[in-house]
Design a protein around this ligand. Structure first.
Ligand SMILES: Cc1cc2nc3c(=O)[nH]c(=O)nc-3n(C[C@H](O)[C@H](O)[C@H](O)COP(=O)(O)OP(=O)(O)OC[C@H]3O[C@@H](n4cnc5c(N)ncnc54)[C@H](O)[C@@H]3O)c2cc1C
Length: 469
């Protein structure tokens, strides 16, 4: 990183929340010569391990890697990641269908442990002499004029006030800093809950569920893949962990036939429900019923708000500014991109914080809107479309065009996950490409068979005409 060691000299930056965005942002700010004070509601995970919190693992992709790279942490994090190069769909009859993410075999999304990543970021932040992280400090309120925050020490019950030159709300989807903005007036806010919630389950290593450990290097399923059990309005996914387990996540509606309220609390019923809908997974889940009963149901929310800053002194990043549903695997990636962009704005504005915050929100808001919409659309794709022949057929057309016209044809998924092209551009190019694919599918013989000789050539020819038009 170029040296800008004094542009925030003598300033105090207060970050509410030492989650993924807050701890990375501390690493970005510290080298600018300021004091960084991070206040985190939870206890120090180095002392107690992570308590509470959300998903066990996350998909880290290009934007997140870029955000980590900006402070020299990408290699450290990727060393503990498992690349996933394709989706593997599990049908109800146990049939598996592979769907590579990209024609380029190097492209992968990476399964990382949330707690491991948060720990790495906290430790990296703590290595900077100008950074102080205080745990068990719940931010209650924010005074935008000072600016300052009121905090509650969860251990002693004492309240105190901390002043700063800049306050950043990195305190997640239910941000206290954002809440203060909401009640201060002239602030747009919406939150939309999905009718679906999520619950996590576990597949142990192969040896613990009767699978030959030699089959998948000790894993019960192929490890370099994101596994999906698409079931129309509901789905289950599984991501690999370094300890050879998989974390499964159910995304089910709260109510309905294939829903949380359709399963009673009897262990027998739970197993019977899974035998019916996920039969190939049941033998891999010896603790299924216990996990199902023990683990909570989390809600899924999209938060949109504006503005993201107040008076050039207080700003929001990550989920505090734009919580999105997890179906594109981009919430953290977008949060890391926020950190990099905010840092760049401060450097480019030579430490003029109000100008930097204005520029930051101007640049990031449209991007956050685009990924929020794409994440909602991708839920329908994952839970429903990926299991349908007509969708898989269109994916084949997409991959054929991608191979034939590299650089010119990049699927939306690739632009979002394997590039740092702005989300808005990825969204537009995705829409344009969808139109081209639909036209090709219509012009090919009905129910075209992609294995027939001449099929790929016909796709390339039609594609060339449409792309040149
Ligand atoms: C099921 C699920 C799966 C997901 N999968 C992916 C994925 O594969 N890829 C991806 O990129 N994203 C994924 N996400 C999204 C990702 O988890 C979030 O976008 C990311 O955690 C945002 O980081 P953040 O730092 O903004 O918020 P958080 O990680 O939520 O951190 C907020 C921090 O602030 C603290 N805090 C909260 N309130 C206060 C307060 N009042 N005072 C002090 N501290 C406070 C919290 O304790 C926490 O440490 C997923 C989310 C879910 C729910």
């Amino acid at each position: 990183m170029p040296n800008h060691t004094s542009i925030l000299k003598d300033k105090t930056i207060l970050i509410a929340g030492a989650g993924l965005a807050g701890s990375l942002l501390a690493c970005y700010f510290a080298p600018l010569g300021c004091r960084v004070l991070v206040l985190e509601r939870r206890g120090d995970p180095r002392a107690k391990g992570f308590v509470g919190g959300r998903s066990i693992n996350l998909a880290l992709s290009a934007r997140g890697i870029d955000g980590l790279e900006g402070v020299g942490l990408a290699d450290r994090v990727l060393a503990g990641a498992i690349p996933m190069r394709k989706r593997v769909m599990h049908s109800t009859s146990g049939e598996l269908t592979d769907q590579p993410y990209s024609a380029n075999p190097e492209d992968a999304i990476n399964s990382v442990s949330r707690s491991g990543l948060n720990l790495t970021l906290l430790e990296a932040a703590d290595e900077h002499p100008g950074v102080e992280i205080r745990f068990n400090q719940r931010v209650l309120e924010c005074d935008f004029d000072a600016p300052s925050v009121t905090t509650l020490d969860e251990a002693s019950g004492q309240q105190s006030v901390e002043r700063a030159d800049l306050v950043i709300g990195a305190d997640g989807a239910f941000s206290a800093i954002r809440m203060a903005m909401q009640v201060s007036g002239r602030f747009n806010f919406s939150q939309d809950y999905l009718e679906h919630g999520y619950k996590e389950l576990m597949i142990p290593p192969a040896a613990d569920c009767g699978v030959d450990p030699d089959l998948h290097d000790g894993f019960a399923l192929e490890p370099n893949a994101l596994h999906i059990w698409p079931r129309g309005g509901s789905m289950m996914i599984a991501l690999p962990n370094l300890d050879k387990t998989f974390t499964c996540t159910l995304f089910w509606p709260y109510q309905g036939e294939h829903a949380f309220d359709a399963v009673s609390e009897s262990k027998k019923d739970i197993r019977a429900f899974f035998e019916r809908h996920y039969p190939d997974a049941v033998p891999l889940m010896p603790t299924l019923a216990d996990d199902y009963l023990a683990n909570p149901i989390g809600s899924l929310v999209t938060v949109r708000c504006w503005p993201w800053q107040r008076g050039g002194k207080v700003a929001l990043v990550g989920d505090a500014a734009h919580a999105i549903v997890p179906f594109y695997g981009q919430g953290m990636n977008a949060a890391f991109e926020d950190c990099r962009v905010l840092h760049r704005c401060i450097v480019e504005q030579d430490g003029d914080i109000p100008a930097a915050l204005d520029e930051y929100q101007r640049l990031r808001k449209p991007e956050a809107e685009a990924i929020a919409d794409m994440a909602l659309e991708n839920f329908v794709e994952m839970r429903d479309k990926v299991g349908r022949p007509e969708f898989l057929y269109r994916k084949k057309i997409e991959q054929t065009l991608h191979k034939a016209f590299p650089g010119k044809v990049e699927p939306q998924y690739n632009l979002v996950s394997f590039s740092t092209v702005p989300y808005t551009r990825a969204q537009q190019r995705g829409r344009d490409l969808a139109g081209v694919i639909e036209t090709i599918a219509e012009q090919l013989p009905a129910n075209g068979n992609s294995d027939e000789p001449g099929w790929s050539e016909a796709v390339r020819r039609l594609g060339k005409d449409l792309l040149d038009a």
